[in-house]
Ligand binder design. Structure first.
Ligand SMILES: [Zn+2]
Length: 81
């Protein structure tokens, strides 16, 4: 039983230069955050969004054009225009 013992050269795994995916499309961070909620007018802070009446102050509601909705509890309030 002459089994051929083929020695695989250890250095066969040539360091293939992995093509680095250079610049990935930078996703611009959404400019939605605390800055879009508060506005400083003079010396006071004005809240630009209503707070959720279910969750209480601190939970702002998202502006959806004709309505506001709370991302926390899902409460939707229509704007009275
Ligand atoms: Zn809520």
């Amino acid at each position: 039983m002459a089994e051929k013992n083929e020695e695989a050269p250890a250095e066969k795994a040539a360091p293939k230069a992995a093509p680095k995916k250079g610049k990935r499309e930078k996703r611009k961070k959404e400019e939605k955050g605390i800055h879009s909620i508060y506005k400083i007018e003079g010396e006071k802070i004005v809240r630009l969004r209503p707070t959720c009446e279910r969750c209480g102050p601190g939970y702002f509601m998202a502006d959806h054009g004709d309505r506001y909705s709370c991302g926390h509890c899902g409460f939707t309030r229509y704007k009275h225009t």
